[in-house]
Design a protein around this ligand. Structure first.
Ligand SMILES: [Zn+2]
Length: 504
């Protein structure tokens, strides 16, 4: 019989929330078979393959990203980039060749920046019509809020839509920000997006994601799993409009395999701070708007009742203080005592003190995004700019959430999907009293996420019987997150190849 066992060790091993020295793991197939003292490991190492990372290396459970948009991220990353061009003329030439060489239904080019072009102006519809007369072409600006389309692309849009100049082809806000909705990707693009996304995520040390999608994306994930191409573990939730379809199909939260499981039902209670659509009690600084509430308490109450009746977890996006209050009120009316389905709130960025308490009382699970702190929450950053000092100082109170006994996990929202960036936001939080130490932050990016998907007895920790989803980082427990580097990733005991891993 083939022996699938091996021993693996590094200078530091992350066990039960702390780093320990002189330890090793015995792996058997896709599982951890035991946690060993070094002497036992050396003895076993005489008979079994022994992978030892000696020097400044750490062995941890692989990251679990508790809020992710992997396929959409991958689709975006697969789009041809217009970064670095020095003239519009060259861009048009590039577009012409790209389109003529590939048969596709739609071509979306991303990341152009006219400020770096000789012409110094936006491209125009008729210029795109000249290089691509028969097929829809869209160029999206680097900011994501502006795009230009040719005639064929504009024909695909519904009439009377906001922010579209049919003459110049210029599109602002709604359409460029929601390209996948107005120009739905086909199955092939979704499949390629998943493959691209998982490769990049693995390179960042991620072995499991909590993904959001549709019955169609779930089907494509299934196909990839059947073909042996799905390498990452996916907990797949569905947008709210699919609640009935998922319930009628009899799909319950947790159904599936070790690689693809049915998650819950995702709804949005507000928008984002960057678009000034996150719902607050007070207006944005210097503006009349205070954001947009997308769900009433009644709608939330009904959603929770219907989902509970169908055995499905509810996952609600809420960022502003007002949206958070609203969601807690909706949950409070309908949630079963003890929250057995582990209903969640995502982001929870600007809670009032009473909301933290309210969430604790009903036992909500909170998936929060430390990379948002690193990107927008630092002093002088976008949050302070848009919301003023007082509200900014209340952003993402991680320590308060953890200390109150709430279940909290980290996820990236794919903006971008790097856990190391997230760790930076957590340990360098601009409000000192809200900082987490490295061990706590790592726990939120590993074992905490497993609770959110009912997999706490399966992954997220280095214990006997758990999946051998292992991460090797170069660095020391007291290194700054920015100085750490992903070296190797093992999923189900197998060493993975991702963007940049396995090369250090
Ligand atoms: Zn999201």
């Amino acid at each position: 019989m083939k022996d699938d066992r091996y021993v693996i060790s590094a200078e530091w091993i992350f066990l039960d929330g702390e780093f320990r020295k002189g330890m090793a793991l015995l792996v058997n197939g896709d599982r951890i078979d035991g946690v060993l003292e070094r002497d036992d490991a050396l003895f076993l190492g005489k008979y079994l393959p022994f992978t030892e990372y000696s020097g400044e290396f750490m062995l941890l459970p692989a990251f679990i990203d508790a809020h992710s948009h992997l396929y959409a991220y991958g689709i975006d990353r697969n789009r041809p980039s217009l970064e670095g061009f020095s003239s519009l003329k060259d861009v048009l030439e590039f577009v012409k060749h790209f389109v003529s060489e590939r048969e596709r239904n739609l071509y979306i080019f991303v990341d152009f920046d006219q400020s770096g072009w000789k012409e110094g102006r936006m491209p125009r519809r008729e210029e795109l019509d000249l290089v691509a007369p028969d097929r829809p072409v869209i160029l999206r600006r680097v900011c994501g809020h502006v795009a230009v389309g040719n005639r064929k692309a504009l024909e695909l849009l519904p009439e009377g839509i906001d922010g579209v100049d049919w003459e110049t082809g210029l599109m602002v806000e709604d359409v460029p920000l929601n390209l996948n909705r107005y120009f739905p990707p086909d199955d092939g693009e979704i499949e390629e997006g998943i493959l691209r996304g998982q490769k990049e995520y693995m390179g960042l040390g991620v072995a499991s994601v909590h993904e959001f999608g549709t019955p169609r994306t779930f089907g494509i994930y299934q196909k990839l799993e059947r073909e042996g191409k799905l390498k990452l573990r996916v907990y797949h939730s569905f947008y709210r409009e699919f609640l009935r379809a998922i319930a009628e199909a009899g799909l319950r939260t947790g159904f599936g395999s070790l690689f693809l499981k049915v998650g819950g039902i995702k709804a949005f209670a507000d928008g984002s701070v960057g678009a000034r659509t996150a719902a607050f009690l007070e207006p944005y600084k210097g503006e009349s708007t205070s954001g947009v509430l997308l769900l009433s308490s009644d709608e939330i109450e009904n959603l929770v009742r219907n989902a509970e009746g169908a055995g499905l977890q509810v996952i609600i996006h809420a960022i502003g203080d007002r949206a958070i209050e609203q969601v807690i009120e909706g949950y409070r009316r309908a949630i079963s005592p003890g929250n057995p389905l582990r209903h969640r709130m995502e982001h929870f960025e600007f809670p009032l003190d009473r909301s933290v308490n309210g969430a604790r009382v009903i036992g909500l699970y909170l998936s929060v995004q430390p990379n948002f702190v690193a990107r927008w929450g630092m002093k002088g950053g976008m949050y302070e700019d848009f919301l003023g000092r007082t509200r900014w100082s209340r952003n993402n109170p991680f320590r308060a959430l953890c200390n109150s006994g709430l279940k909290v996990a980290f996820g990236s929202d794919s903006m971008p999907p790097s856990p190391l960036l997230g760790l930076e936001g957590a340990v360098n939080h601009p409000i000192e009293s809200q900082r987490l130490d490295m061990e706590r932050a790592l726990s939120l990016y590993t074992e905490a996420g497993a609770f959110f998907s009912f997999e706490e007895n399966l992954k997220g920790r280095l214990c006997e019987g758990y999946l051998a989803d292992l991460l090797i980082l170069r660095g020391k427990p007291d290194s700054k997150p920015g100085d750490l580097k992903v070296v190797d990733l093992y999923i189900g005991g197998k060493k993975m190849e991702g963007e940049g891993i396995g090369k250090a």
